[in-house]
Design a protein around this ligand. Structure first.
Ligand SMILES: [Zn+2]
Length: 158
């Protein structure tokens, strides 16, 4: 499951599919971005990363079940692992929310207000559970509300 189609997130898809036989899932809105991974990686001066096409497209609210794991798609884009009790869940925030920052919106397709609205609506309303971002392992929303300059009171986020 890819949170989005940036080359640095989809470059291992082919090898993972071959090694595990797993299905590849991504939001339909990121299919063309994933297809452009070779071009993206060359633009950053890196070896060409490519990905097979998705086996299935997901959308906000979809629930993906794999064994005992149940993940809900949040189009921030993120994946929320549901659990009972809810406090034992977790959320994979991809590039949308980092510890101390948020994802870049200056690249093609990015939009700051859309990202902030999405974080506020879809991520900050979840229980206080660990968040795993692409750039840094674990953090919690309580600290983020206080310390993340994009989300704290001085920024007018609340
Ligand atoms: Zn990214």
């Amino acid at each position: 499951m890819n949170t989005h189609g940036h080359f640095d997130h989809v470059g291992a898809n082919k090898a993972l599919k071959e090694a595990t036989g797993a299905k590849l899932l991504i939001h339909e809105g990121d299919a063309s971005l994933m297809a452009s991974a070779p071009m993206q990686s060359r633009a950053f001066g890196m070896n060409s990363a490519s990905s097979p096409q998705a086996d299935r497209y997901v959308k906000h609210g979809d629930v993906i079940n794999a064994g005992e794991i149940s993940l809900k798609v949040l189009h921030t884009p993120s994946f929320f692992r549901r659990h009972q009790p809810a406090e034992q869940g977790m959320v994979f925030t991809g590039d949308s929310l980092f510890a101390g920052s948020i994802g870049r919106t200056d690249l093609p397709g990015g939009d700051l207000m859309t990202l902030l609205r999405s974080i506020k609506t879809n991520l900050m309303t979840l229980p206080t559970i660990p968040r795993y971002s692409a750039a840094r392992a674990v953090f919690h929303d309580r600290e983020e509300r206080r310390e993340n300059p994009f989300l704290n009171r001085q920024s007018g986020f609340e």
